[in-house]
Design a protein around this ligand. Structure first.
Ligand code: ATP
Length: 266
C-alpha cells in the first residue's frame, strides 16, 4: 500500500465543452462510459456488456488526457492516472505489486476510471529478447490478470501515441477492445480550441479567432493553449495596465510558438 500513495486520486472538473473538436471520440466515450453509468439496467436488459477497457490512439497534445478526465467528471467517477513507464521507475523491484495495488485502490474508490498514459511504455519488450520473465513481462501479465478480473465499477482507459508498439494481448476482446482514434485538430477544431482557451482573456474587438485557426495548421491543442497564454503575456509585456489583448499580440504569439506538427504512427 505504501507504493500506491504515489498515485493521486482525483475528481476532475473538466466538461465536454472544454474539449474542442473530437466530436466522434467524445460521443464514443459518452456511449461507453456515461450511458452504462446512468442506466446499468438497460444494458443488462438488452443483454450487452459495456466495455471495460478503451484505448485512445493519437499524437501528443491532442486531448487524450483531457477527454479521459472529462469522461470521469461528467459521470462523477474517481480518476486515477498513471504513466506506463512510472510503474517501473517509481516502484523499482515492486512493479507487479504497484499494478495490483493500483487496481485495488480503484476498487476501493469505485466507481472509478484508471487512466494509463503511455501504455506502450509498458508493453514494449514482452517476448522479444527475453524468456518472458523480465520486469516488463511480469508487469504486463499482471495488468492482463487485472483486466480479466475487472470489477464492473472500474473502467480502464489507456492512451498511446505509438499504437504500433502495443502488445496485441492488450487489445483482445474483454481487454482494451474499444479503439478510439484521436486525430490532430482541423481548422474548425482549432477555432473551437481558440474559443475555449480565450474564454478568460479579455479581447479587443479586432480579435478574429477564425483567422488564428487558419494561421495555425499543424498546431496541436496544447500548442494553441500556449499561443493564447503567450498572447496575454505579450500584452502585459507591452503595458502592465493593458485591459485587452489585441490581434497583434496573438499574431506575435503565433509567430513565436512553433507547431508541434505531430505525426501519427499507425
Ligand atoms: P499526451 O500524449 O502528451 O499525454 P494528450 O493527447 O493527452 O497528450 P493533453 O494532455 O490532453 O494531450 O493536452 C494538453 C493540454 O492541451 C490540455 O490540458 C488542454 O489544455 C490542451 N488541449 C489539447 N487538446 C485540446 C482540445 N481539443 N481542446 C481544448 N484544449 C486542448
Amino acid at each position: 500500500p505504501s507504493a500506491m500513495r504515489e498515485v493521486m486520486l482525483e475528481l476532475p472538473n473538466v466538461r465536454w465543452e472544454d474539449v474542442g473538436g473530437q466530436t466522434s471520440v467524445k460521443q464514443q466515450l459518452i456511449e461507453a462510459i456515461q450511458w452504462p453509468q446512468k442506466c446499468p439496467d438497460a444494458f443488462e436488459r438488452v443483454g450487452i456488456q459495456p466495455p471495460k477497457g478503451l484505448l485512445m490512439m493519437g499524437p501528443p497534445g491532442c486531448s487524450k488526457t483531457l477527454m479521459a478526465r472529462a469522461a470521469a467528471s461528467e459521470s462523477k467517477l474517481n480518476f486515477l492516472a498513471v504513466k506506463g513507464p512510472e510503474l517501473f521507475s517509481k516502484w523499482v523491484g515492486d512493479s507487479e505489486k504497484a499494478v495490483r495495488s493500483l487496481f485495488a485502490k480503484a476498487r476501493a474508490n469505485a466507481p472509478a476510471i484508471i487512466f494509463f498514459d503511455e501504455i506502450d511504455g509498458l508493453a514494449v519488450t514482452r517476448g522479444h529478447e527475453n524468456d518472458g520473465t523480465s520486469v516488463a513481462d511480469r508487469v504486463l501479465s499482471q495488468l492482463l490478470v487485472e483486466m480479466d478480473g475487472l470489477d464492473k465499477k472500474v473502467i480502464v482507459i489507456a492512451a498511446t501515441n505509438r499504437p504500433d508498439k502495443i502488445d496485441p494481448a492488450l487489445t483482445r476482446p474483454g481487454r482494451f477492445d474499444r479503439l478510439l482514434d484521436v486525430q490532430p485538430p482541423n481548422q474548425g477544431d482549432r477555432a473551437d480550441i481558440f474559443r475555449i482557451h480565450t474564454r478568460s482573456i479579455p479581447r479587443s474587438p479586432d480579435v478574429n479567432l477564425e483567422e488564428f485557426a487558419r494561421l495555425t495548421e499543424g498546431y496541436t491543442g496544447a500548442d494553441i493553449k500556449l499561443v493564447c497564454r503567450e498572447a496575454a503575456v505579450a500584452a502585459l509585456d507591452e503595458n502592465y495596465d493593458i485591459e485587452e489583448v489585441s490581434m497583434r499580440h496573438f499574431k506575435f504569439a503565433i509567430s513565436k510558438i512553433k507547431p508541434s506538427d505531430v505525426k501519427f504512427y499507425k
